[in-house]
Design a protein around this ligand. Structure first.
Ligand code: CAA
Length: 240
């Protein structure tokens, strides 16, 4: 029986590449999305991967979605918390709404879905959780106090939950992507983006597949001794 994987934000950008790579690795994948029906339909038509619409930042919506996946496919054994948004603004222009939106979607979603899937993983004595952090959670980024806080929070969350999961065969790891060629990064003002690329030793933006390969590695059955790790995939832009 194929293991069941849920990839949040799994129909576009990095998440779509992760969904496709996990399917190619023999997983039964459900890709969730929050709003873009047209993109989700096109993704499903192209890949055959099941999609499910719900807001990963909303606990009640997550509970309903997890119940539905468990009923239709079986217990989720691989969880990739990839859903994320940006609402960039300097502090002077940052509002409480922009703060809450990013914290709820990017960090709250990790709590919601780990909370709702952990018991079943524990019962099976198997689980693979990968949380998608960011270089900007490691290094900070001008105009992103909300996003950097959420992503940095993901890195701490990962290390804490990894300690709890270890004795149940559940690994919890993070990937910290650098700047990857997706709609999110293309929204950065062109002059700012060019400056960022000039500081990437590899001289290019990342590709979604670069990140997906890391997720396949971390979710493999035999990756059972890797937990609490953060793998940076950023072309050398930030090393520590
Ligand atoms: N360091 C220092 N100063 C900076 C700066 C930086 N990185 N970026 C901008 N500034 C300065 C500008 O030069 C400008 O100074 P002056 O007024 O003296 O000219 C001042 O800050 C205001 O800059 P803007 O005119 O750009 O102000 P704005 O309010 O229009 O926009 C901003 C501010 C929203 C932060 C905009 O600069 C921006 O979008 N920057 C990109 C932020 C970014 O990299 N986001 C990452 C998105 S992708 C992602 O998050 C994925 C991932 O995980 C990697």
């Amino acid at each position: 029986m194929a293991r069941i994987a849920l990839v949040t934000g799994g129909t576009r950008g990095i998440g779509a590449a992760i969904s496709v790579a996990l399917k190619a690795a023999g997983r039964e994948v459900v890709a969730s999305y929050a709003g873009n029906d047209a993109a989700a339909e096109a993704f499903h038509a192209e890949t055959g991967i099941a999609t499910l619409k719900f807001d990963a930042g909303d606990f009640a919506a997550c509970k309903d979605a997890v119940d539905r996946i468990h009923a239709a496919h079986g217990a989720i054994e691989i969880l990739v918390n990839n859903a994320g948004i940006t609402r960039d603004a300097v502090m002077a222009k940052m509002t409480r709404e922009l703060w809450d939106a990013v914290i709820d979607t990017n960090l709250g979603s990790c709590f919601n879905l780990c909370k709702l899937t952990f018991d079943a993983m524990r019962a099976k004595k198997f689980g693979r959780i990968v949380n998608v952090g960011s270089i900007n959670g490691q290094a900070g980024q001008y105009g992103q106090v909300n996003y950097a806080a959420a992503k940095s929070g993901i890195h701490g969350f990962t290390k804490a939950l990894a300690q709890e999961g270890a004795r149940f065969g559940i690994t919890v790891n993070a990937i910290a992507p650098g700047y990857v060629d997706t709609d999110m990064v293309r929204a950065v003002p062109e002059d700012v983006l060019q400056k960022i690329i000039s500081r990437i030793p590899m001289g290019r933006l990342g590709r979604a597949d670069d990140i997906a390969r890391g997720v396949v590695f971390l979710t493999a059955d035999d990756a059972d001794f890797v937990t609490g790790a953060t793998i940076s995939i950023n072309g050398g832009q930030h090393m520590y």
